[in-house]
Write a protein that binds this ligand. Structure first.
Ligand SMILES: [Zn+2]
Length: 373
């Protein structure tokens, strides 16, 4: 079961408010999906995730296929049961991971052959097999196998990858059992005309939603947003749109401004483990000596567990001593900040004041920079 209801839409390519209904619950959009690559959002329990405001999580079929294996997870009752998360799960197909992680890969019309980045074993995946793997995991939303060209890449290469992605999208639709939502990926590199063609062709196929892929692969931000701007207005308004892999707080605000509904990114969790906190007033690098005696919270306007109970000085000490609690507390804060940011944007769109929300968001960051500088 999968439905998307668009509750508010400020014109084509403008901010939207929606609701995704899955058999495992509702997702209010725009939403951020924390990344649980190996069937865990690193350092947190599912209960903690829920309390922070997670509505849906993202897992990756590439990683789970290589370890521990989809068959093993299916035999244990499926991915939700395996990881004790009862909310919706979206799995990414692995197209991007094969492109970015596999030490060897070769693509034909039939599929992609690649070596595992774990043990070097040779794997072959077809678009149909990738749908089958995601169905076997029992997730709510799956993504088609796509080919992500690098950047920069020769135009012919970008065209070939886009055409192959379209062909595979058709095959994926035909292969699925219809109980699980299936999202297409719009590729097209940094070629606006090709992006438009792909968006139109994919829209006509009638997917449950559309991902914007192949962005943030090394290009300037300006170019990223230009590609989103040409694509978004051509996608069916009544279907959710997922901007893949872009996820600084600024990216989320800019993505929502352009009509994106779903986001994922490793940044809040990965950066937490590297000692970096996202706050209302900009980024805090906790190991900085300036925080040695700082009694204040990470973010004075944050209501998370970490900010309510711990000082920057204590967090800095934990991080310096490499205490596991440092990674947990920073992850708790960063995800709380992200979910809160999304909730704030949803409220602003609902009340028709997204433009002033966006302005205030940047003003706060400017102030933070001035205060520290
Ligand atoms: Zn906090």
């Amino acid at each position: 079961m999968f439905e998307f209801h668009l509750k508010k839409n400020e014109g084509p390519g403008g901010p939207r408010l929606g609701e995704m209904r899955t058999r495992r619950g509702l997702v209010h959009t725009p939403a951020f999906m924390p990344v649980g690559t190996y069937a865990t959002v690193k350092t947190l329990t599912p209960e903690e995730l829920r309390d922070l405001g997670a509505q849906i999580i993202l897992c990756n079929v590439y990683h789970l296929h290589l370890r521990p294996g989809v068959e093993a997870i299916a035999a244990l009752g499926g991915l939700n049961r395996f990881m004790h998360w009862d909310g919706p799960i979206l799995t990414d197909s692995g197209g991007y991971q094969i492109f970015s992680l596999a030490p060897f890969r070769t693509t034909t019309e039939e599929g992609v052959t690649f070596r595992s980045h774990l043990d070097g074993s040779l794997n072959f995946l077809t678009p149909e097999a990738v749908v089958g793997l995601q169905e076997a995991l029992g997730v709510d939303i799956m993504v088609v196998l796509d080919e992500c060209p690098g950047y920069p890449a020769p135009e012919a290469e970008v065209h070939r990858a886009a055409e192959l992605t379209l062909k595979w999208a058709r095959q994926s639709l035909a292969a699925r059992n219809r109980e699980t939502a299936l999202l297409a990926v719009v590729q097209g590199g940094m070629l606006p005309e090709l992006r438009r063609e792909q968006a139109q062709a994919m829209s006509e196929l009638g997917f449950d939603g559309y991902c914007l892929g192949g962005l943030s692969v090394g290009e300037d931000k300006e170019l990223t947003w230009a590609m989103v701007d040409v694509t978004a207005p051509l996608l069916p308004a009544a279907k959710p749109r997922y901007l893949m892999g872009l996820g600084t707080p600024e990216d989320l605000v800019e993505g929502v401004a352009r009509g994106m509904d779903l986001f994922d990114c490793v940044l809040p969790t990965r950066n937490a483990r590297n000692g970096m906190a996202f706050t209302t007033f900009g980024r805090v690098v906790i190991k900085n000596a300036a925080y040695t005696q700082d009694p204040g919270p990470l973010d004075q306007s944050c209501g998370c567990y970490t900010c309510r109970h711990f000082s920057r000085a204590y967090l800095r000490h934990l991080f310096a001593a490499r205490e596991i609690l440092a990674y947990r507390l920073l992850t708790l804060h960063n995800l709380y900040y992200y979910f809160n940011l999304m909730a704030g944007m949803r409220e602003a769109v609902a009340q028709g004041r997204f433009a002033s929300f966006r302005q205030e968001f940047y003003q706060n960051r400017l102030q933070g920079g001035n205060a520290r500088g």
